[in-house]
Design a protein around this ligand. Structure first.
Ligand SMILES: C[S@@+](CC[C@H](N)C(=O)[O-])C[C@H]1O[C@@H](n2cnc3c(N)ncnc32)[C@H](O)[C@@H]1O
Length: 349
């Protein structure tokens, strides 16, 4: 990821690992968002992710505004200067045509701690969210929730225009890291926006209670925050499809969230991961197929028949063509295995 301009190691990799640690390291995974890091470095770093604004877009008082350059206005401004020379109108220059988000993240992690890393789907979702924010007012003043937020990048981008953003994940280390990122980027976030880092474990009982997370009291929900979830109109999630039981737990949580309060839409970015299957003697994306089984495609007649026959799928999914979304995150490689889905909850009873 070339878009990371500065990297500051926060905690060095352990010099010597004991037996257990070595074993754990064998199970370590690495996202591709690590270029430019010191060689063999596996600890925590702060990277600056740069996002560029399209021409004419400016961030003013908690909103992105698109400035239409009006020709007639420009013409009126043409005049002669004191020396009698033609004074050409200056285009309103936008010095802030890019901005940086500082993200503290790991270069590698164990599988339970993948939320300490930044994954490519998070950057693709960032592009999508920014594109919406640059071209419409749809996300202005809303309540939004990021699920499996990890480092919290997308949620923090949303916080630039939203009224309230909940960055949710599970496990104290991931939540603490996410909270550090909110702190690191305080200057980017309007004071009127409320940003909460909260524990939302898809496998835990519902509703999430304060005593769900004894070790991380400050990430537990208050009653009023929990009620505010009903007012959320937007859910976002990136790279949360990689294990079938987690996908099941995620969709259970989505059903709980999306069947209450005002209508919600989920934008979910995923990385399609392929494995060789001995059973099928082929390369397959099983995790992806499991995810697709949750979705009904309203335009697909065969699927509609299945629904009539009793296999009810409560979620309607529409794939968004990522090639139509400009890349605002500087220099990351989208590849062909990233997908973006718009998902609604629409039970057919
Ligand atoms: C591959 S990471 C993606 C993180 C971030 N969205 C990104 O793309 O950079 C998967 C995320 O799902 C979270 N997750 C895994 N199991 C979870 C659970 N039971 N409840 C809530 N979040 C979970 C992980 O902690 C992690 O943050």
């Amino acid at each position: 990821m070339d878009g990371e301009t500065t990297k500051t190691p926060v905690s060095p990799a352990p010099e010597a690992l004991d037996g257990t640690q070595k074993e754990e390291e064998a199970d370590h995974v690495m996202s591709e968002i690590h270029l430019g890091c010191p060689p063999k470095f596996s600890g925590s770093v702060v990277s600056h992710f740069t996002f560029s604004l399209p021409p004419g877009v400016e961030y003013i008082e908690g909103k992105y505004e698109y400035q239409v350059l009006d020709d007639s206005k420009l013409n009126q401004e043409v005049s002669l200067d004191d020396d009698g020379d033609l004074a050409l109108p200056r285009r309103n220059k936008h010095p802030k045509d890019k901005f940086d988000v500082a993200i503290q993240h790991n270069i590698t992690s164990s599988i339970p701690k993948v939320g300490l890393q930044v994954w490519r789907a998070e950057l693709a979702l960032s592009d999508f969210v920014l594109h919406k924010m640059f071209t419409s007012s749809e996300f202005n003043g809303i309540v939004a929730v990021e699920l499996g937020a990890g480092t919290g990048l997308v949620g923090m981008l949303l916080a630039r225009v939203a009224e309230t953003v909940f960055l949710t994940d599970h496990g104290v280390e991931i939540l603490e890291n996410c909270a550090s990122n909110v702190h690191l980027n305080a200057r980017l976030l309007p004071t009127k926006t409320s940003v909460y880092v909260r524990e939302l474990d898809w496998k835990a009982s519902w509703p999430p209670k304060q005593d769900n997370c004894l070790a991380c009291e400050s990430y537990a929900w208050s009653q009023s925050e929990f009620e505010e979830l009903e007012r959320a109109s937007l859910l976002v999630a990136a790279d949360v499809i990689y294990s079938d039981d987690l996908t099941d737990a995620l969709f259970r949580t989505l059903e709980r969230l999306m069947s209450h309060g005002i209508e919600k839409v989920l934008y979910l970015a995923l990385e399609k991961r392929y494995n060789f299957s001995i059973d099928e003697l082929d390369v397959v994306a099983n995790g992806y197929s499991h995810f697709r089984n949750y979705l009904r495609d309203e335009t697909d007649d065969a699927e509609n028949k299945e629904v009539e026959n009793g296999s009810l799928r409560a979620f309607v999914g529409t794939r968004i063509d990522l090639t139509m979304i400009p890349q605002y995150a500087v220099n990351y490689n989208r590849g062909h295995d990233l997908e973006l889905w718009k998902i609604r909850y629409a039970p057919t009873i």
